[in-house]
Write a protein that binds this ligand. Sequence first.
Ligand SMILES: *Cc1c(COP(=O)(O)O)cnc(C)c1O
Length: 385
Amino acid sequence: MNDSGPGAEDTKYRPDTVAVTAGRPPATAGQPMNVPLTPASNFRAGTAEAPVIEYSRDGGTATWHALEDAVGALEGGTALAFGSGMGAAAALLDLLPTGAHVVVPTDSYAGVRALLADGAAHGRWKVTIVDITDTAATKQAAWAADMLWLESPSNPMMEVADLPELCQFGRSTGALVVVDNTFATPLGQRPLDFGAQLVLHSATKFIGGHSDLLLGIAVTNDFELAGRLATRRKLGGAAPGALECFLALRGLRTLAVRLARSQESAGILARRLQEHEEVSRVRYPGLVDDPWHDRAAAQMNGFGAMLSFEVAGGAEAADLVCATLRVLVSATSLGGVESTIERRAKLAGQEHVPPGLLRLSVGIEHVEDLWTDLDRALTGAASGY
Ligand SMILES: *Cc1c(COP(=O)(O)O)cnc(C)c1O
């Protein structure tokens, strides 16, 4: 976290440009154009008159700040990097007093749901689970909540919450509204603009973009919350690594072109999968007949690079599809340059997910190679080879 927050400089450019220009060092002839990697835990001590940050866990290094400045500029707030998305999620939940009431979507990241269940089992907080697509039911569940946790589009069901409405509702009741923005990316959606106080990213995914790091980012436009999150990071210890921050900023520099390509391919694949006879349902908000298409179109910039589809032959056929793909990688996680596919119902805490549902993270390979691979594997699985 840099106290200067997003630079006024950065706000006058379009997001694709900000992703490239934000978080650079001051323009000095002969100096590096980008902030160098600084692997440092401790710094020379200051004096009582001129105190400095002496230990990186207390406030970070220039390498952290460069990434934080860039993500903060894109989201319109102050960003803090953590050692993982879950590290950031835990810090957000640690803002709550003991006994707090948290409302969370049925379909949301399994790790967050597990963390919430664990805390509930230990008497840390009370959790209510809601269908986040049902705005009226969500409001009813959350009218006296301390935190409304939103994830949109959601992992892996691709459900879309009415973010402007629910963020305003949280404001009016005094709940802290968190939006997990991992699927949309900072270029696809700006929850702070809708009134959310807190945004979460697993920068492990699209921001890093190359499946080579673990990193989380929390963003807020509330000065007091930013200070409390910095304290959580310092005391909880979920500090990011220098190399991870360096690589994540390097990833962010190309996010706009990666996302444009992946998103376009996701739309093409979603439409073709819809026509495929071995596919019973496709979930992608970019499809005009998707139940959440209009909602997503109103609040997102593009529809993202994630989609899910159900294999007509069920779990067994879906596993066979994963096992026979050659270009797409059968693997967990998402947001990398490589397309990854996973049958989510095989994981714990995913009982609400149809058994034959495959979650697809569309990478930047040529879309025709992706389609040929998918079509062949689907047709092959149907014949049971
Ligand atoms: C991966 C993920 C997380 C957790 O992030 P890690 O970096 O794996 O700790 C949280 N939310 C969503 C939506 C994710 O996909």
